[in-house]
Design a protein around this ligand. Structure first.
Ligand code: GAL
Length: 977
């Protein structure tokens, strides 16, 4: 029974510990000069800079490495809450949060519960010291029975930004002090149940459920009855001695596909508790992680708790929406990186069906920069505290069926304390494996876990070469006796990750590799004002002098929850319904954990350049989990046009996590035209009237287009530049250009980033020289040489303009000269159109953007969109909006002629329509710095470089790199009036 103390408290802010009021806990202090604050909140986010500001660091500590001491400049918040407890009234009815609590005296004990206080809370009640809240994301319960008074009570909590705890909470995230999760009083009745664990297992051979009950209660609580109505089960235990394993008969197992929960009721002499239980058994057997006897194939994501306005306070709607979005994108596992989440999160995982790797609140990463000297995880003075952190993690969440793995923490080196935490966990809960990535040698954990290996590194791991991915002395080990998971892989920072497909393939095929979790779910941009405009801030935007800049902007969704294009890619890779097809047959493989395909409808769709030409529902038998079938596809009528044959698997009915029609999987093949159109003579180029080529007018001096359909156009140029993506710009790991190093060591070396190389090569500052401008009556030839200052390398560009059937036919040959010792970001043609253009419809790749190593979430079809929606609003402006394989594009705007671009192949260019060009995007570090748009920029690219994952992980794979090469772009520019 819980009485919420959330709401408005009184607050006093001090910039240093010594400035904090000495009498802040005193009952009679006149705090009328204090200010109101909401609990929960982070005080540094409540009133902008007056109460301090957030700080972002990744690995490094924002304070001197001087454990356990912290600087005097330690933001301190004093919180006071006065509350009334009526004294005489009695009721033992359940008390609802926020409602007045009648009859506190009925309770034998009263606990004061804190679910989250960063970094430490010193608690006084009615002027008396109660205790200390440690472990920012852990639950603390303090017994206040003897301190509560009838009538008025005064609670005081002093919160410090830094404390000894800071040294074990160095996660890659914002430092956000405050009481940021709920505070409540818990009434414990006489004869109540202090704690319970209904450890519910499932025997997949018999289909029977089993509960190992554990109930902690005083003598006056017994007998205690357990009831599970749906199983017609009831049993009364006279005492704890009678708590023996229970056979529940046949049950429906709990897993990610069928999250069947049963309501259990525990009734003691003093209270009745309802709990949701799910029957499931987790076992590591050899190199497999079995859930209910079936090997788990992990398709996961790392999730921090984050809200752009409230920091680590996530509303229930947002939390729920996140989980629904994960389910909709094929994810079956969440790692609560890097601390226990709000308890409600796990209720929803239980209900919706997501496996959880539940991580303890521990990271000491900054010690790595000091050679791990003094690392708390290997220092005996920290042993009890760290084991206690793990204990609280496990005890709070042990009843959740969704929790299948305990994780000791993140990036804390290795040491005896981690081994002790693991030993405690194994003893306490033999039913769940223990994970910790830093246990590279596999000394005390059950799963071999790694972060961001290249594919070769993963292969080495599967082969037992555990050394491939560690440079920590003494950590190498040869291991082939346990499952391998990537607790983090592919870094969703900015535009990317690319290359997910390679990992998915290895997860499916390499022995012992069970899958991985994308880093990470959400960008942690904090809503703020930058340059007088609303924007999302990152490291350095809040006055920090020592920070890690943009590295906190690395999620699959924006800070406010919009999925990035990478989400579609991840979904297409993660889908457990694998479709592989050619023109005649589709192979359908069901890789779901346990569910068959009876909830799915399979549809075959035929599209062509002029839209959909056929659709029919397929007759697909139900496919059991693990099975594969082949289904013959209807034949597609021969056509003079290409056809795109797709198979789409979608939900037949509404499910708990998506509406009917939600697409679960999709595959497509291109069917080439089976017969050509009646042989028509190739049109002859028309004689050109001056510098007019169809609807395009060329400037007679420069040879560049000056108008198109009467509309002024400008800035036409060949370009090799794209605004570097975060993956282009950062170089956390090495590059595939040094393939031999990668192959032997598993990682690259500290080579310059792509963007550094591109800038060194001057690709962002090519200047051009007109070599030749020739008018041959029916053809205009423009030859240019483009090169950077001091460059002996560059490109020769030959543009040939002819008029064919009223359209301007433009053929562009781009040929490199000199020596390029770097890749190219892109190679294409750019043109600036008036800003009045606002809509696009196209036949080609859509609906989203795509790059060579990230194109599984898109397909060929007919699409339309507002130009403003064609580019994604990456929080740090960068390359976006490329859609390869364009057949036809119409660009329209009110009062403007509709411009048309078509490509008849054989190489179809990609297109981008954007309000800012690559240089403008490149120059801006925030969207608010982009400035006024000069118009609509049309890019038509022969090719783009891949995305890779090098902001934290491997670079673009060789097969997706764009190296200097001769390319040709063929376009027809027309107008539709
Ligand atoms: C990992 C770390 C994460 C995050 C990620 C990069 O090393 O565990 O917390 O920092 O790198 O974004």
């Amino acid at each position: 029974m819980c009485w919420s103390l959330d709401g408005t408290w009184r607050f006093h802010f001090s910039p240093t510990t010594s400035a904090a009021p000495a009498d802040a806990a005193e009952v009679d202090l006149d705090d009328s000069g204090w200010e109101p604050i909401q609990v929960p909140s982070h005080f540094v986010l409540t009133d902008d800079s007056r109460w301090g500001r957030p700080i972002y660091t990744n690995v490094k500590f924002p304070i001197p490495l001087d454990p356990p001491h912290v600087p005097d400049a330690n933001l301190t918040g004093d919180y006071r809450l006065e509350f009334e407890l009526p004294g005489a009234e009695t009721t033992t009815e359940g008390i609802r949060p926020g409602e007045p609590w009648q009859g506190w005296r009925d309770f034998q004990r009263v606990l004061l519960r804190f679910d989250g206080v960063e970094s430490i809370g010193l608690v006084h009640l009615n002027g008396k010291r109660v205790g200390v809240v440690r472990g920012s994301r852990l639950r603390t319960e303090l017994d206040v029975t003897d301190l509560l008074r009838p009538g008025r009570n005064l609670l005081h909590v002093r919160v410090h930004q830094w404390s000894a705890m800071t040294y074990v909470e160095d996660q890659d995230q914002w430092w956000l002090p405050g009481i940021f999760r709920s505070v409540c009083l818990i009434g414990r009745p006489a004869g109540g149940i202090d704690d319970f664990w209904l450890d519910a297992g499932y025997d997949h051979r018999t289909g029977r459920g089993r509960i190992v009950p554990e109930i902690t209660a005083a003598d006056d609580a017994w007998p205690i009855t357990l009831r599970i109505d749906d199983l017609h089960f009831e049993q009364t235990f006279a005492s704890a001695d009678e708590l023996l394993p229970l056979d529940l008969g046949e049950v429906v197992a709990w897993d990610c596909d069928t999250p069947r929960l049963y309501t259990a009721t525990l009734a003691s002499n003093g209270e009745t508790i309802e709990a949701k239980i799910g029957f499931r058994t987790v076992r590591v057997v050899g190199r497999e992680l079995l859930v209910n006897g079936r090997p788990l194939r992990m398709r996961g994501v790392n999730r921090h708790e984050f809200d752009p306005d409230k920091g680590r306070i996530v509303s229930e709607e947002r939390l729920r929406a996140d989980l629904m979005m994960m389910k909709q994108h094929g994810m079956n596992t969440v790692r609560t990186s890097h601390y226990p989440p709000h308890p409600r999160f796990l209720d929803s995982c239980d209900e919706l069906g997501l496996f959880v790797v539940l991580e303890n609140d521990l990271e000491t990463h900054g010690f790595e920069l000091a050679g791990w000297v003094g690392n708390p995880t290997d220092d005996p003075t920290w042993t009890d505290h760290l084991v206690d952190r793990m204990r609280r993690t496990v005890e709070r969440d042990k009843n959740h069926p969704s929790v299948i793995i305990w994780s000791l923490g993140n990036e804390s080196g290795t040491g005896a304390n981690l081994a002790a935490m693991s030993a405690w966990t194994h003893r306490r809960d033999p039913g769940r494996p223990v994970h910790y990535e830093g246990d590279h040698a596999g000394r005390y954990t059950d799963i071999l876990s790694r972060m961001y290996p290249p594919l070769e590194g993963l292969e080495d791991l599967s082969d037992g070469l555990g050394s491939a991915l560690t440079d920590i002395p003494g950590q190498a080990a040869r291991q082939t006796d346990r499952p391998i998971m990537l607790c983090e892989f592919v870094h969703a920072m900015g535009n990317g990750p690319g290359g997910v497909a390679g990992y998915e393939h290895l997860f499916d095929t390499l022995p012992g590799v069970i899958g991985g979790l994308v880093w990470e779910w959400r960008d942690h941009g904090l809503r703020t004002t930058i340059n007088g405009q609303p924007d999302f801030g990152y490291g350095g935007d809040f006055g920090e002098v020592f920070h890690d800049a943009t590295f906190v902007i690395d999620g699959l969704t924006t800070p406010d929850g919009h999925p990035s294009p990478a989400m579609a890619e991840v979904a297409a890779q993660f889908t457990p319904i694998r479709l592989e097809m050619d023109q005649e047959v589709v192979f359908i493989r069901n890789l779901r954990h346990s569910a068959d395909t009876s909830d799915l409808v399979f549809t075959v769709v035929v599209d062509g350049p002029d839209g959909e030409v056929g659709r029919e529902e397929m007759d697909v038998p139900v496919i059991e989990s693990g099975d594969e079938i082949a289904v013959v596809l209807p034949s597609v009528a021969p056509s003079a046009h290409e056809r795109w044959l797709s198979v789409v698997a979608s939900l037949g009915d509404d499910s708990a996590w998506a509406p009917a029609g939600h697409v679960v999987a999709r595959a497509q093949v291109i069917i080439e035209p089976t017969h050509g159109p009646a042989a028509t003579p190739r049109p002859r180029p028309a004689h050109l009237d001056g510098w007019q080529v169809g609807p395009v007018t060329l400037d007679p001096v420069t040879g560049r287009p000056s108008s198109w359909a009467g509309v002024p156009v400008s800035e036409s140029d060949t370009t090799l530049w794209r605004a570097p993506t975060s993956n282009d710009s950062l170089r956390t790991f090495g590059s595939y250009e040094l393939a031999d190093v990668v192959a032997t060591r598993g990682l690259g070396v500290d080579a310059p980033s792509s963007a550094e190389r591109w800038r060194d090569a001057g690709l962002d500052r090519l200047v051009s020289r007109l070599v030749e401008l020739r008018h041959d009556g029916d053809r205009i030839t423009v030859r240019r040489r483009q090169a950077p200052a001091q460059g002996t390398w560059g490109v020769e560009v030959i543009e040939q303009w002819t008029e064919l059937e009223g359209q301007a036919a433009l053929g562009i040959d781009i040929v490199p000269f000199g020596r390029f010792d770097c890749t190219w970001p892109r190679v294409g043609w750019h043109l600036l159109l008036p800003g009045g253009y606002s809509e696009a419809s196209w036949v080609g790749t859509g609906p989203g953007e795509a790059y060579p190593d990230s194109d599984a979430g898109v397909w060929l079809g007919s699409f339309s969109a507002d130009i403003d929606d064609l580019c994604f609003g990456y929080i740090v402006p960068q390359e976006t909006g490329h859609r390869p394989n364009l057949r036809r594009l119409a660009i329209s705007g009110a009062g403007l002629p509709t411009l048309q671009v078509s490509s008849s192949g054989p190489h179809h260019p990609g297109f981008t329509l954007a309000r800012h060009d690559a240089h403008e995007l490149d120059a801006a570090s925030h969207c608010s710095e982009l400035g006024t748009s000069r118009g609509v920029h049309l890019y038509l690219d022969a090719a783009q470089h891949g995305l890779g994952s090098r902001s934290c992980g491997p670079d673009v794979r060789p097969e997706f790199q764009l190296w200097a090469k001769a390319v040709r772009i063929d376009l027809q520019l027309g107008v539709m009036r």
